[in-house]
Ligand binder design. Structure first.
Ligand code: PMP
Length: 419
């Protein structure tokens, strides 16, 4: 039973968990026995429709048979060699063929490592020290990323973590998302090596770039010889095969990837112009290494996932189901006269209560978090798992077909009517 496991876990782990958002499910997280397709099966015997999907990577749902077979095939050939393997060449070629900014790539093991490395590369390339990030953007759990961070850092009221040296904190400049005026001022007055941005903000709920924002970042960074880094850990291969950069047709200097490119196994990557990536060791003097970098299992799962994305209509199914779910939610909320904002793009969306627009982190923080949490809890009671935190997004996938959608709509109807 989840309750018993939780009691044990509290003795073993800080706050009972190994990643904070998992503890946002109350009174305690449900423990998962197994997963299949769009469903999670809990140790308490419940079946849940999953709209969290591992916080993004499982764009093909759980245990996609093609991906599973490719992982097993690789497993039977060994899972760590300490020397290159053919599958890393294949995944690199696939990613480079789809992501416009990618000429060369370095594989690491998480989005956190990817952004940490991209920022080091920006400093190494420009010889400057500072970086600019946006309030509420989340780039992973390293010192530079954890200044005014979104996601669980906001959920647990540690937007800027304790334990970050002042020396590091002082090299991170912050602007509000969608505020080009601020960016221009910072670029003019500070010596900025790189501007890192989530091209679509998926760590403060969902927040979209206003028309001209990404284009403006591109122009400004170019004119100040600052690198533009798109953190596409969420959006890479989710918004389409060419990521947010293809979707908006704005091409950054560096791109960080993770989540979907590993098909649900641990991965991260930094891709970009050859002249920048070549600064990495051993060809250059910006250091990176990793025992598990380009590990064959993650590579195999990544190649298999992208192959499915190339040949099947995953994007259509995922978009249609997110659309149906969010439209039903909107209609019901309007009918009830509840004030809300719903932001959506392709297969991701989030709803904010008590606010009429959400275009940056400050507005997102003004929304009624406890109302959102009530909706999450009631959905869970009806067998649908949406994130327990306002500052995450609802993800759909290629296995959220009309059968799953219909069951979801029934649940939403019940929940909103009874609110
Ligand atoms: N960047 C973004 C945009 C993310 O959403 C995340 C994780 N949610 C990360 C970086 C960090 O990735 P990881 O959890 O794999 O370290």
């Amino acid at each position: 039973m989840s309750e018993n496991l939780w009691k044990e876990a509290l003795k073993l782990f800080a706050g009972g968990v190994n990643s904070p958002v998992r503890a946002a499910v109350k009174p305690y997280p449900f423990y998962v026995e197994k997963a299949e397709g769009a469903y999670l099966y809990t140790v308490d015997g419940k079946r849940l429709i999953d709209y969290v999907l591992g916080y993004g990577p499982l764009f093909l749902g759980h245990r996609h048979p093609y991906v599973e077979n490719k992982i097993i095939e690789q497993l039977q050939k060994g899972w760590l060699y300490g020397t290159p393997s053919p599958i890393e060449v294949k995944l690199a070629e696939k990613i480079i063929s789809h992501i416009p900014s990618a000429q060369k790539i370095r594989f690491v093991n998480s989005g956190t490592e990817a952004t940490m490395l991209a920022l080091r590369l920006a400093r190494g390339y420009t010889g400057r020290e500072k970086i600019l990030k946006f309030n509420g953007n989340y780039h992973g759990a390293h010192d530079y990323g954890l200044v005014e961070a979104g996601s669980a850092a906001t959920e647990f009221n540690v937007s800027t973590s304790n334990g970050i040296p002042a020396l590091v904190r002082n090299t991170v400049e912050i602007c509000e998302y969608n505020d080009l005026g601020c960016v221009e001022k910072k670029l003019k007055n500070e010596d900025i090596a790189g501007v890192i941005v989530e091209p679509i903000m998926g760590n403060m709920g969902l927040i979209l770039p206003e028309k001209g924002f990404l284009e403006g970042l591109r122009e400004l960074t170019r004119s100040y010889n600052t690198l533009l880094i798109f953190d596409e850990v969420i959006t890479g291969f989710r918004l389409g095969l060419s990521g947010a950069q293809g979707y908006f047709n704005v091409i950054p200097d560096l791109t960080t990837l993770g989540k979907i490119i590993g098909g649900g196994l641990p991965i991260g990557a930094v891709a970009g112009k050859s002249e920048i990536i070549d600064l990495l060791t051993p060809s250059g003097k910006v250091f990176n290494a990793g025992t598990f970098n380009a590990n064959p299992l993650s590579m195999a799962a990544g190649v298999a996932t992208i192959e499915v994305l190339e040949r099947e209509k995953v994007y259509d199914t995922a978009r249609d189901s997110a659309n149906a779910f969010s439209e039903e939610l909107k209609t019901l909320l309007e009918k009830k006269g509840i004030t809300f904002t719903l932001n959506r793009v392709e297969s991701m969306f989030q709803v904010f209560f008590g606010v009429r627009e959400v275009k940056n982190a400050t507005q997102a923080k003004q929304s009624d978090k406890s109302f959102y949490f009530r909706v999450h809890q009631k959905m869970l009671e009806q067998g649908v798992f949406i994130p327990p935190s306002q500052f995450e997004v609802i993800f759909s996938s290629g296995v959220h077909n009309s059968h799953i959608v219909n069951a979801t709509l029934e649940a939403v109807k019940k929940v909103i009517t009874e609110l």
